[in-house]
Design a protein around this ligand. Structure first.
Ligand code: SF4
Length: 353
């Protein structure tokens, strides 16, 4: 199995156990004894050194429209080479990609052993060959395959055929402070889409095994950094579909910035919440209405075929700017104007073209 020494960890000194490590990659900050793994099960303490076990273990390599991530305000109409690896630092009961994210938990280490290695330079070659505009580290949680993503970014930027391609994370936002500072300082990413899963800490913990506070702090920091940011909230019946929760979530986002695009996404029964009904469309429409009334400028409903729910309008004059049909663009006024300004009223639109 390919392993790579991990970034972001330290030896814990002055303890009765030798070679005790603290992983500093995500906000769990796991303490890992020799021979053991962290919560994500893909970082292991081998004789006092931490190793990433999922380095080069790319699966589900696809060229996707960027709208599928979803990014609606970043390079609309572009195509991204997308991949993930087994493992996750969350254990969401509703995970749609649980076979991948929870593969090691559910199937043991064979989930890693059966995957052929694809080294970063190979990934870059594929992106060049298929003329991808950029990369999306996605499907599972890119934080826990950070070394692999980092090496891919470095490789891509070294090669003149791929240096201009952009890099995006589709993430649960549970980065450690150290990791996010590094991403910002090194200018590694052009865009991040973060799942803001719940606005109640107890639910974050019960359903996903994470905490609200680090996610919110990271959302604020990403927004302030200037990295393009979009948020998604999966609306799960009987978990986070109450009006007061939607209101609280939308207000929280508004207080960070009304410019941040917010996607409400329809839940379908998966994994350990397979007994729930899909989110009623009315609930999603109500959520969008609440968020717009609070003052958010760009609110979408995803994972449905609701007419117009994924279109972008000018928040000032209501001109239709981008018409989408699922992941495809039917009309885009910026193709002609080439500037992020409403052609009708000159309002500045938060969009990276
Ligand atoms: S990445 Fe997070 S979950 Fe995995 S070992 Fe490190 S701190 Fe623990």
């Amino acid at each position: 199995m390919a392993t790579k020494e991990a970034m972001f960890y330290n030896i814990i000194k002055n303890t009765p156990i030798n070679n005790l490590l603290r992983c500093r990659l995500c906000s769990h900050y796991c303490v890992i004894a020799p021979g053991k793994e962290g919560l994500c099960l893909v970082r292991k303490n081998i004789d006092g050194k931490l190793y990433s076990l999922n380095w080069a273990k790319a699966v589900s390599l696809n060229i996707d429209p960027i709208e599928k991530k979803p990014f609606f305000h970043f390079k609309p109409g572009t195509r991204v080479l997308s991949f993930g690896t087994p493992g996750c630092n969350f254990r969401c009961l509703n995970c749609q990609n649980w076979d991948l994210s929870q593969g090691v938990r559910e199937h043991g280490k064979t989930a890693l052993d059966i995957i052929e290695d694809i080294e970063p330079k190979e990934i870059v070659k594929i992106a060049i060959e298929y003329k991808a505009d950029g990369f999306a580290y996605t499907y599972s949680e890119p934080t826990i395959f950070f070394e692999y993503a980092y090496d891919t970014i470095v490789q891509a930027r070294k090669n003149k055929l791929s240096a201009a391609k952009f890099h995006t994370f589709v993430s649960n936002g549970y980065f450690s402070k150290e990791l996010l500072d590094f991403i910002i300082e090194q200018k590694l990413l052009e865009a991040i889409r973060i799942d803001l899963k719940f606005i109640e800490d107890e639910k974050y913990y019960r359903v996903c095994g994470g905490r609200l506070k680090p996610v919110l702090e990271n959302i604020k920091k990403v927004y302030k950094s200037g990295i393009h940011l979009e948020l998604i909230n999966l609306v799960i019946p009987k978990e986070n579909d109450q009006e007061f929760e939607i209101e609280k979530l939308a207000k929280t986002v508004y207080e960070i910035s009304p410019e941040i695009p917010l996607h409400f996404s329809r839940f379908f029964p998966y994994y350990k919440l397979a007994d729930r009904e899909p989110t009623p469309l009315k609930t999603l429409e109500k959520a969008k209405k609440i968020a717009l009334e609070i003052g958010l400028k760009y609110v979408y409903i995803g994972n449905t075929s609701l007419e117009g729910a994924e279109d972008t309008y000018c928040p000032e004059c209501n001109l239709l700017l981008i018409k989408r049909n699922r992941f495809f663009i039917e009309k885009n006024v910026f193709e002609k104007t080439k500037e992020p300004i409403c052609p009708n009223c000159s309002y500045k639109i938060n969009i990276v073209l």
